[in-house]
Design a binder for this molecule. Structure first.
Ligand code: C2O
Length: 547
């Protein structure tokens, strides 16, 4: 295994999209940011220098960070942000993970432009559990705003309303030729007859689950969230923000040009969404498009799923299996049940009505178990936990919702108002944990991509309606469930995950729709170091940014 050193300079860079140029926050002037390519077992040392005017942190999404919680990155959870002019060096080792992950800013909405792929190949000398593809192409799906994304979220926070939806989706930073002024820069994915290309698809969009499909070509899924899967074939993928999916695509069609397309899976009825389609082009090398006559050979367009095609999403997510029998904890020490959903808080009396632009003059919120998560502002939770500093968080996050109700039915208005707070839930080192994640229909049901830091978990079941502990346990797959770090919890439904709490630290569990983090859809697991408290985990690095 080797040690890799990288430098990330966060800086404002002019980026031209959709006919306009804006200063965007980038890493090393690149949008999307640099692709990191590593081998399982490698150690990464990434020095991040902040030359922008915003606070920033970088999160290595899906990296387990075994006993290296100080390198995880979410601001005010494992570190204070890197201030303008400051720097911080992240150090961590890849242990046992192979496939596709990514990195992104974990401060405000900076990840709109501060993100990139993190590709983990097998240990040197090891091979893929499938025939080595001739080519590999990362496919980063993103969202682009004409406005500064930080202003978009600030405005939403100020008014209490929903933020503006994006102006384009992107593939590797490019909207593609269905958008204005985007023809020239449409991303080209190479292939040739008889070749295989491994597409490493990442949903880096801020607020939108996305479908992904390729004209005339089958996609063979071989991995997700840096774990291999039992291969299966599909024509459409759905990725919630945060999720990755590795697919093999064969050059088995007549040499020509075919669209790759991504578009919204908009599961929330009536909520506004960006209904545009982003494209890249799968181009056979033997049929290149000469620059002049490109428009003469329009690529083949695939049939697109309807924006609300939940049946396709369900069939896709139920196809995931681990490649072989895995060790799922069969006994459970912690049996947790978390509701996930939106809420609407009353407008405070002294606010002008323009500042409460949620439905009926309310402010949007979101919660787990009716707790709306608030980040600390002058120290990180991990520092407070490690040093035993009181008053930063409490550890009374409820194991169950405060009330049982019909989660997916007509929910009484009195249950629409979550309570703000900074609450964690303590897990004993080594405990075997089950969490039922239950969508609620408060304001609207929705497919929520729930991401856990510091862990991969098995998704042992999912379904619609209210989870029933008496009958739904019969659906549990304890043999070969998929191992992931982000679960797309079905709209109007539930998912059950299991993991062993073997990584000490403070680990965020949150919805990866960024606006839902702003509204409080998060909590923290506090995992001790095996002797009851965290005080004896490694001290923080000396350059850890202070608040
Ligand atoms: Cu990719 Cu806390 O997020």
């Amino acid at each position: 295994a080797k040690t890799q050193q990288h430098e990330f300079v966060i800086q404002a860079t002019p980026v031209k999209r959709l006919c306009k140029t804006h200063k965007s926050i980038t890493v090393n002037g690149q949008y999307p940011g640099p692709t990191l390519e590593v081998n399982n077992g490698d150690t990464m040392i990434v020095k991040v220098t902040n030359k922008a005017r915003y606070n920033v942190t970088i999160h290595w999404h899906g990296i387990r960070q075994m006993r290296t919680g100080w390198a995880d990155g979410p601001e005010f959870v494992t570190q204070c942000p890197i201030r303008p002019g400051g720097s911080y060096t992240y150090r961590f080792t890849i242990q046992g993970q192979e496939g596709t992950l990514w990195w992104h800013a974990h401060s405000s909405w900076l990840r709109a432009t501060v993100y990139g792929a993190l590709i983990i190949r097998p240990k040197e000398g090891d091979s893929y559990p499938f025939t080595k593809p001739k080519r590999e192409t990362p496919i980063l799906l993103g969202e682009w705003w004409d406005a500064n994304p930080i202003d978009v979220v600030r405005e939403a926070t100020r008014t209490g309303g929903a933020p503006n939806v994006s102006d384009a989706y992107t593939i590797n930073g490019q909207p593609g030729d269905l958008y204005n002024c985007s023809n020239q820069d449409t991303y080209i994915v190479p292939i040739d007859s008889g070749e295989t290309n491994l597409l490493r698809v990442i949903n880096a969009a801020l607020n939108q689950p996305l479908f992904f499909t390729v004209a005339n070509h089958k996609l063979t899924v071989v991995g997700a969230d840096a774990s291999y899967t039992k291969p299966f074939t599909t024509s459409v993928l759905m990725l919630g923000p945060g999720q990755t999916t590795d697919v093999l695509i064969n050059g088995d069609q007549p040499p020509a040009r075919y669209y790759l397309a991504a578009l919204a899976y908009a599961s929330a009825p009536n909520a506004p969404f960006d209904n545009t389609t982003t494209t890249a082009i799968l181009e056979y090398k033997s049929a290149p498009c000469a620059a002049k006559n490109c428009s003469a050979s329009k690529p083949v367009m695939p049939p697109l799923p309807a924006f609300n095609d939940t049946a396709t999403v369900t069939a896709f997510s139920k196809s995931f299996r681990s490649p072989r029998k895995v060790e799922v904890p069969t006994q459970i020490d912690e049996n947790l049940f978390f509701t996930i959903g939106l809420g609407l808080n009353k407008c405070p009396k002294n606010f002008g009505s323009s500042r409460c632009q949620g439905p009926n003059g309310t402010r949007f919120t979101a919660s787990m178990n009716n707790e709306s998560f608030v980040l600390p502002s002058n120290i990180s939770i991990l520092q407070a936990y490690q040093q035993g500093i009181p008053g930063v968080f409490t550890s009374d996050f409820p194991a169950n919702p405060p009330l049982k109700f019909d989660y997916t039915g007509n929910v009484s208005r009195s249950l629409w108002q979550p309570v703000p707070g900074t609450k964690g839930y303590k897990l004993k080192f080594g405990s075997r944990v089950q969490v039922v994640l239950q969508d609620t229909s408060i304001f609207t049901p929705e497919n929520h991509p729930i991401h856990l830091h510091g862990y991969d978990f098995y998704i042992i079941a999912e379904g619609f309606g209210n989870f029933n502990p008496n009958t739904d346990t019969a659906k549990f797959n304890l043999v070969d469930p998929p191992l992931r770090n982000t679960v797309a919890v079905p709209v109007n439904g539930w998912a059950v995950i299991r993991f062993v709490a073997d990584n000490p630290g403070a680990w965020l569990l949150h919805c990866h729709l960024d606006v839902h983090i702003n509204w409080g859809l998060a909590m923290v697991f506090l995992v001790d170091n095996g002797v009851g408290e965290l005080q004896s985990i490694e001290s923080p690095p000396t350059d850890l940014p202070l608040c």
